[in-house]
Write a protein of this length. Structure first.
Length: 214
């Protein structure tokens, strides 16, 4: 009799564990389903109107779901280039970037994105942290160079060194059209830095960049 009771108890425990695992799997599927429209929209955000993109950002809850942050970053970037985007989009981007950093404090891309949306010393601090964690990541580099450039000639010493380092990575390793896009966005105050970094490149690389108008 006791053997039967033990057997039923084990069967009940097994069923309970299976149900719990099944429940967790269902939750994961639901979360993935909620994020999926956002991820798909980010694949080609230009194909959707502003209202649809804004509605997607609002409809999908902001959590620490890692797959959602790159998609949100892409969509916010697309909206930032549109003149018909509501002013609230920028504030929403700042909140999302702050949450991305809170969820993953060592994510260099998130830090660089947040830095680009901040201003003053807060932007510089976030950009410096980004360089330590993602020194050569292309997306992070683009955002950091934008931060350094808009600051003009008033960069503090540590930030100026970081800017020189980032610019050297871009000039040395990026494809020529991408280098041109970054260097054209530099402020006039940093043209002398660009000239110095160019002069330090191997002659073959420098000549190649010059052919692209850099």
């Amino acid at each position: 009799m006791s053997h039967e009771k033990g057997s039923w108890w084990m069967r009940g425990l097994t069923v309970g564990v299976c149900l719990a695992i099944g429940g967790l799997s269902a939750i994961s599927v639901l979360r993935a389903g909620g994020t999926l429209p956002l991820v798909r929209a980010a694949e080609d955000p230009q194909a959707l109107p502003t209202e649809a993109l804004s509605a997607l950002l609002t409809a999908v809850p902001e959590t620490c779901d890692g797959a959602a942050f790159p998609a949100r970053r892409t969509i916010h970037g697309a909206l930032a280039d549109r003149t018909d985007a509501p002013d609230a989009v920028t504030d929403a981007a700042r909140r999302t970037a702050a949450l991305a950093v809170a969820c993953s404090p060592a994510d260099g891309r998130a830090l660089a994105w947040h830095a680009r949306l901040l201003a003053g010393e807060a932007a510089i601090r976030a950009a410096l942290l980004s360089q330590k964690t993602a020194p050569a990541d292309p997306a992070a580099l683009r955002d950091r160079v934008a931060v350094w450039s808009r600051t003009g000639g008033d960069l503090p010493p540590e930030a100026f060194e970081a800017f020189e380092s980032d610019l050297t990575v871009v000039l040395s390793t990026w494809a020529e059209p991408d280098v041109r896009a970054v260097t054209q966005a530099l402020s006039p105050a940093h043209r002398s830095v660009l000239a110095e970094r160019m002069a330090a490149l191997p002659a073959e690389r420098r000549d190649l960049l010059n052919q692209f108008g850099i």
